[in-house]
Design a protein around this ligand. Structure first.
Ligand code: SAM
Length: 325
């Protein structure tokens, strides 16, 4: 039986942030010059992470996505993955990454037990990539190709669509994903902290993008395993699936099935609300596994009904890489 919140939603999915640090500085995600990251003493250790994930999995949360920050900057990540992959009640372990370090790590991650990955890629143009993220696109592209060689499947490309920034590239990205057999997902910008709030000025309604693509491609409603909020269309005559993630234009809170655990051991109960439940202090005070499970159940009972990004965009001051996107 999965954990059920007070709105009768089963919480079957956990996003686990293994670091709040990142080697990129995406303009909508991390404030310029930000340095106030969590210190190592505040990070959950691999043992603590394993203990919490075991408790969740025994309570019915069988799917975990590893994220950050950039998860690949956490030293020893394949070791953590092996430990989580060995948990008998966990059946799905996936990863979100910017792929800058994937060229070396794709095979060790696959060997450790990662089955599928999501890669952030907002543009195919080197200069734009630099402007949006501060990094070099070559590394990310090399990482993507290494993921293919390592047999990670499916590889989903996440593109945050922004006005006057990359909106003109959605068709190019469709062609790129067709050519490489990747799945493509478009994402609307969310007002998460100061950078997200600024990014709202570049907001693009994905319903408009869908209509635009429908003029060029024949799109058929489709599905995709993964349990996430994307609504999928398949390009007729191909295997390409395109997902639309629309937290702003068409929110999906009534089917929200997830919570997030940040690197400092705080459970964030909703991406768009400030409700949280700190677990690290409890763990370090020596609680038993049964007490830990009771706290998790208590936390889930406090999960808010929905976000208020549209009504109150300034409400969430925490930005995405702090929470675990
Ligand atoms: N570093 C990893 C990556 O690049 O996928 C994982 C963490 S990153 C915070 C996860 C996702 O959050 C990325 O796809 C990123 O584009 C998205 N994201 C960050 N801030 C956002 C915002 N304000 N609105 C929408 N998406 C955002």
């Amino acid at each position: 039986m999965p954990l059920i919140d007070s709105y009768q939603r089963p919480i079957e999915y956990l996003r686990l942030s293994v670091t709040d640090r990142c080697d990129l500085r995406c303009q909508y995600c991390l404030p310029k010059g930000f340095k106030d990251f969590q210190e190592p003493a505040e990070w959950l250790t691999f043992e603590e992470i394993e203990r919490i994930i075991r408790a969740f999995s025994e309570l019915g949360t069988h799917r975990v996505r590893i994220t950050g920050g950039e998860p690949l900057v956490r030293h020893g990540l394949p070791e953590l993955i092996s430990r989580l992959a060995a948990l008998p009640m966990l059946d799905d372990l996936s990863l979100s990454t910017n792929a800058t370090r994937l060229e070396k790590l794709a095979q060790p991650l696959a060997d450790a037990g990662i089955s599928r990955i999501n890669v952030s890629l907002d543009t195919l143009r080197a200069e734009r990539y630099k402007a949006i993220t501060g990094g070099k696109i070559e590394k990310t592209l090399a990482g993507l190709m290494a993921a293919k060689v390592a047999g990670l499947q499916p590889v989903k490309i996440n593109m945050v669509v922004m006005k006057d920034t990359n909106e003109d590239e959605v068709e190019d990205m469709v062609e790129f994903c067709l050519a490489h057999d990747f799945t493509l997902r478009f994402i609307e910008t969310m007002p998460m902290g100061e950078p997200g709030l600024i990014a709202q000025q570049q907001f693009v309604d994905l319903q408009v993008i869908k209509k635009r693509l429908a003029q060029r491609y024949s799109l058929i409603p489709s599905t995709m395993p993964g349990g996430g909020p994307a609504r999928y269309m398949r390009v007729a005559g191909t295997d390409l699936r395109i997902g639309f993630i629309t937290p702003m234009s068409q929110h999906f809170c009534e089917t929200c099935n997830r919570v997030r655990l940040s690197v400092d051991g705080t459970l964030h109960l909703c991406l768009g609300q400030n409700d949280e439940y700190p677990l690290r202090g409890l763990l370090r005070s020596g609680i038993s596994d049964n007490q830990l499970k009771a706290h998790i159940q208590d936390a889930i009972s406090q999960k808010p009904e929905r976000h208020h990004f549209n009504e109150n965009p300034q409400q969430v001051v925490r930005f995405m890489s702090m929470t675990g996107g």
